[in-house]
Design a protein around this ligand. Structure first.
Ligand SMILES: Nc1ncnc2c1ncn2[C@@H]1O[C@H](COP(=O)(O)OP(=O)(O)O)[C@@H](O)[C@H]1O
Ligand SMILES: [Mg+2]
Length: 340
């Protein structure tokens, strides 16, 4: 439905984005994920019409929209700062765009109330002033306002970033529900990998003005195509080439330069003196308790590793600092990358 083809975007002479290609399908929750400054907002602004590509095409329904005015693109926008009218009631904020279009009162009332229901704003809250609402409620209003004109696309730039952690999590769940109920194609910008993984149908990972990978959350996490994606999303251990050649002697690694494995793909057991090919002895350093799992830290002469485990060891069987522990690598789960 949205096609971004070979797009370059400049601010003056500075090339902020280059060679960007991806497609967003109808109804998808599609997320731009990447660190600060990677170009997520720039990409979103270009699709929404605030910036024009200096090369390439942006298409909606196969029509090039590079020169189309913002208001003719059928995109509702939600920003990190709510950008609401503080002196107006919630109702009037939501109704604003429809009033500008001179829709009749009855039509506006019906639309405002039906949307308010979807985002759980009560009739009481509709009458309140924006400034009387909490941040979470204000963001619901912003989403409702963006949806008032029934846009085909909803574009949100870090809409939860101003909220505290707990609220962010609860609103995250609601966002997904709202998006499903309204069935609107959604572009979502975040630097928060957990948000991206839990909300998205697919994710585009950006780094430094280019696209690293597009895929489902599972693909991105389990099959990162680049070293950047592997290290930016989830935790991982960098392994040395010599260690990989010891634990996976049958793997042909000669063409590869960097090696990673996730903490959950390494396990531990008591050193009984018998070692399989994919096992090595490490020295136990320390453990961190996370409630749902432990992180063990282990070292050997040349490397440090982190292991994630749900296995609960009784007080007497805890590994002790300095203890030799048998460490097993799930060698199928080692990620190999060229160049570094
Ligand atoms: N208005 C602007 N003028 C010049 N450079 C900008 C402007 N906005 C963003 N940039 C630059 O473009 C790059 C991408 O920025 P941005 O899209 O805001 O990243 P993100 O949203 O991923 O944090 C950064 O290098 C940033 O400094
Ligand atoms: Mg941004």
């Amino acid at each position: 439905m949205i096609n971004v083809e070979n797009v370059q975007i400049k601010y003056g002479d500075f090339i902020a984005m280059d060679e960007i290609n991806f497609e967003v399908k109808e109804g998808e929750f599609f997320t731009f994920l990447g660190p600060s400054g990677s170009g997520k907002s720039t990409m979103l602004r270009a699709i929404a019409g605030f910036l024009k590509p200096s090369k390439g095409d942006i298409k909606i329904h196969d029509k090039v929209i590079n020169d189309l005015e913002i208001e003719d693109r059928g995109i509702g926008m939600v920003f990190q700062s709510y950008a609401l009218f503080p002196s107006m009631s919630v109702y009037d904020n939501i109704a604003f765009g429809l009033k500008v279009e001179k829709k009749d009162k009855e039509f506006i009332d019906k639309r405002v109330r039906e949307l308010a229901k979807v985002v759980d704003l009560t009739d009481d809250q509709l009458e309140k002033n924006i400034s009387d609402l909490s941040g979470g409620q204000q963001q619901r209003v912003a989403i409702t306002r963006a949806m008032a004109k029934k846009p085909e696309i909803l574009a949100m730039d870090e809409p939860l970033s101003n909220l505290d952690a707990k609220l962010r999590k609860s609103l995250r769940g609601e966002l997904k529900k709202i998006q499903r109920e309204l069935n609107v194609t959604t572009l979502y910008v975040t630097h928060d990998q957990e948000e991206a993984l839990t909300l998205s149908n697919r994710i585009a990972v950006f780094s430094n003005g280019h696209l690293e990978q597009v895929g489902t959350p599972k693909e991105i996490y389990e099959n990162p195509l680049t070293e950047f994606v592997c290290t930016f999303i989830g935790d991982s251990n960098k392994l040395s080439k010599s260690l990989v050649s010891k634990i996976a002697p049958n793997k042909n690694i000669s063409e590869y330069d960097s090696f990673y494995i996730r903490p959950e793909h390494i396990s531990t057991s008591v050193n009984d003196g018998i070692l399989n090919e994919n096992e090595m002895i490490f020295e136990f350093e320390s453990e961190d308790y996370y409630g749902t799992h432990y992180i063990y830290h282990l070292i050997d002469k040349e490397s440090k590793i982190k292991i994630s485990t749900k296995e609960y060891r009784s007080e007497n069987n805890r590994f002790k600092k300095g203890e030799e522990v048998k460490v097993r690598f799930d060698i199928e789960k080692i990620h190999l990358f060229k160049g570094c």
